[in-house]
Design a protein around this ligand. Sequence first.
Ligand code: KIV
Ligand code: ZN
Length: 386
Amino acid sequence: MSRDTITILDTTLRDGEQSPGINLNLQDKVDIARILEQLKVDVIEAGFAASSDGDFEAIKAVARTVKDSTVCSLSRAVERDIERTAEAVRPAKSGRIHIVLSTSPVHMKYKLQQQPEAVLEQGVAAVKYARKFGSDIEFSCEDASRSEFEFLKRMVEAVIKAGVTTISLPDTVGFSMPPEYGGLIGRLLNEVPNADKATFSAHCHDDLGLAVANSLAAVAAGARQVECTVNGIGERAGNASLEEVVMAIKTRHDLLKVRTGVETRFLVPASRLVAERTGFEVQRNKAIVGKNAFAHESGIHQDGMLKNPLTYQIMAPETVGGEDYQLVLGKHSGRAGYRSEMERLGVKFSSDAALSEAFRRFKKIADQKTHLDDRDLLATVNSPTV
Ligand code: KIV
Ligand code: ZN
């Protein structure tokens, strides 16, 4: 893979499903995996094999179904989990074992209740054990962004030496700021002696609303894998949103100089499927896939859009598989948008005065109603030719 290509690891079926309130069954996972494959996501993290028998079976089913993407399962750094993970991804054409182990002082002290040296040994032993199964291995230093740099550096060096090909540095609690997170990745890439033997990966959570910004800062610093979820679903406030990461990389190629292999015209269909199966509705103003992402209400914007969509849109809706842009009529709309929508309804104005009169009636209704439908618009005129 060339240095300017970003691997997209989608974790909708693992970290996404960890959202309180989501429970995907085997068929849901297979159906979502199919659309992720259509999207040409490089790696599909299908679940956490050791977490339940249901998840184990679902990962296996995804591994049997998917042919063009690598299928991955999360695993704790213990032999029992690794065995279960290896078994779950075995049917895949290309499988990955994703080992996770905490490296921050707070996690090591309270969660693992282990000394750093023991954690380091456990990480290396887990990677060596996983190698027996012949899968590709990713290693996540959980809570990397709150880890002590020198310890993190030792862990990264050691697990790469033990055989991991992807090293992920999660901002597990969404605490980092973009320059800080990019700085961490850049510094590790510079200072870990064998850094060139592995792909560095960003995994960011959205507790401060910075997951996408942090992921892009990591890319700018040299990360070549981004982990994300459709609609940004995930633990607590969620993960970096796949559609936002992908479209930011595509739209700002001038700046980032990297690309993904994602088929962006499946972004909206994927978003809708994930929303339907998870029951997590997409907020109207969500970037890329929200109902309002390509809707324009104000008069100034509608006028610009009618002259040239480049005035108020940085991407065409069809690029992401959405419907054409919409001019939504409301109290902020102007004559140009009103006239254009009336023409769509077959109404032609014979004079400027007729248009002004009808537009005045429209504004009266718009002041009282948030959503105007076609019937409201037609009520502003007496006949199709005014
Ligand atoms: O956020 C995180 O640290 C994770 C790990 C389990 C990889 O999701
Ligand atoms: Zn996570």
